[in-house]
Design a protein around this ligand. Structure first.
Ligand code: ADP
Ligand code: MG
Length: 260
């Protein structure tokens, strides 16, 4: 049975998409069958994995609202074990159209439940909002990764996010766990970066992943190649960090083969 992990933080630019793409690619390289679901209308994961969002006719939205079968819209990527459910701009209208649906928070869960048998990991890249699609993702997920940028105001909005997670745990998804808080864009030379690491570890202790994602130019370049970083800079710091994160998550979830 596969594990569904949402990558969420309503703040933009904290590394959600970079993490979704590169964590999923690293899990795939470690030979886990992995699917990324792009649940952001900006479709950055879709283009980052080599698919032009303009060419996408159906996304997770059409599955949730129009009854399109999710299996029919899965795309392959450059990596053997990595598939993609793409997104496109129409997802923007989804929240409004979904308001009148019954069980509107549980549509994504219904749509992707059949995929749990096909993949070891399903990673959902959320948009920078706590709207209905993100709530759907958190209701469908087994756990959530919260990327936190090592920058000013790192903790801003985190309370609201954790509160939303609590509400979802109470009302919609009692089994939702926090997989971990992930420190991103860490710059060893900056005192601020180190202060953020200390502060986040102080507040959240063992909720924080051991792996820290460094600021790495290759990570920011990779979407323009339509490839995850591991496909063109396998020995670089960004690739190694996301591989370490994948290993940490695999180990935490009882997959021994990676750590032996
Ligand atoms: P989000 O999905 O949370 O909005 P992104 O993953 O798109 O955030 O990241 C925001 C910007 O920062 C992008 O331009 C991305 O390429 C860049 N970025 C993300 N993580 C890193 C990193 N570790 N090192 C360098 N640049 C990064
Ligand atoms: Mg994004």
């Amino acid at each position: 049975m596969g594990k569904i992990i949402a990558i969420a933080n309503q703040k933009g630019g904290v590394g959600k998409t970079t993490t979704a793409m590169n964590l999923a690619a690293s899990l795939a390289v470690l030979e886990f069958k992995t699917l990324v679901i792009d649940a952001d209308p900006q479709a950055n994961t879709t283009s980052g994995l080599g698919h032009d969002p303009k060419s996408i006719e159906a996304s997770i939205y059409e599955c949730m609202v129009d009854g399109v079968k999710v299996e029919e819209i899965i795309r392959k990527t450059s990596l053997e074990n990595l598939d993609l459910v793409p997104s496109h701009i129409d997802l923007v209208g989804a929240e409004v159209e979904m308001i009148n649906l019954e069980n509107r928070e549980e549509k994504m869960k219904e749509v992707i439940s059949s995929l749990k048998d096909l993949y070891d990991f399903i990673i959902i890249d959320c948009s920078p909002s706590l709207g209905l699609i993100t709530i759907n993702a958190l209701t469908a997920a087994n756990s959530v990764i919260i990327p936190v940028q090592c920058e000013y105001f790192a903790l801003e909005g985190l309370g609201k996010l954790l509160n939303t997670i609590k509400i979802i745990q109470t009302r919609l998804n009692p089994d939702l766990e926090i997989e971990g808080i992930l420190l991103t864009m860490y710059d060893v030379r900056l005192r601020l970066s180190n202060q953020v690491v200390e502060e986040v570890r102080f507040h959240f202790k063992n909720m924080v992943f051991d792996t820290i994602i460094p600021r790495n130019v290759r990570l920011s370049e990779s979407p323009s190649f339509g490839l995850p970083v591991i496909s063109f800079d396998a020995d670089g710091k960004g690739s190694i960090a996301y591989l370490n994160l994948a290993g940490e998550i695999a180990k935490k979830n009882g997959h021994q083969k990676v750590t032996e």
